[in-house]
Design a protein. Structure first.
Length: 134
C-alpha cells in the first residue's frame, strides 16, 4: 500500500504541475484505485492490478480519463507520463477499460491491442517504443 501511495503522489504532482492546481485532487482508495475529485479540467479513475484478471498481471488500468479540453495533447502526455511511472513501479502493462469510440481510436493510434472489442492493453515497453519514435 505504501508503494501505491507513492504512485498516487507522483500522479498528483504531475497533474498539479500540468494543470496548475494548488490543492490535492488525487486520492487512493482501499481497493487500490487512484481517482481525482470531480473538477472542471480532469476526470481520472485508475485501477492498480498486480494479479491477472481480464487484463494481464502488473497492469495499470485506465477506467476513466477525460479532460475538459480535448485534442490538444493532454491524453498523450498523460500516457507518456504513465509509461514512465509504470516502469518506476514495476508495472508491465497499461490497459484501457470499457473504451468508447474516441478512447478506442486513441488506444489503437498508440498501438494498444483489443482484448474483447472494448478493453485494450499494451506492454509498457511497446508504449515506450512508440513515444521514442515520435
Amino acid at each position: 500500500m505504501i508503494e501505491y501511495e507513492e504512485l498516487k503522489n507522483d500522479i498528483e504532482r504531475y497533474l498539479m504541475e500540468r494543470f496548475k492546481y494548488r490543492k490535492s485532487l488525487v486520492s487512493l482508495t482501499i481497493d487500490n484505485v487512484i481517482a481525482t475529485r470531480r473538477n472542471s479540467c480532469i476526470d481520472l479513475y485508475l485501477r492498480i492490478r498486480k494479479v491477472e484478471s481480464l487484463f494481464p498481471p502488473d497492469c495499470l488500468i485506465i477506467a476513466r480519463l477525460g479532460f475538459s479540453k480535448e485534442r490538444i495533447g493532454h491524453g498523450t502526455q498523460f500516457l507518456r507520463f504513465l509509461t514512465e511511472v509504470a516502469l518506476k513501479y514495476g508495472f508491465r502493462y497499461i490497459g484501457i477499460e470499457c473504451a468508447n469510440m474516441k478512447s478506442g481510436a486513441f488506444a489503437k493510434k498508440l498501438g494498444f491491442c483489443s482484448i474483447d472489442g472494448e478493453n485494450f492493453t499494451i506492454a509498457v515497453n511497446n508504449l515506450m517504443n512508440y513515444f521514442s519514435m515520435e
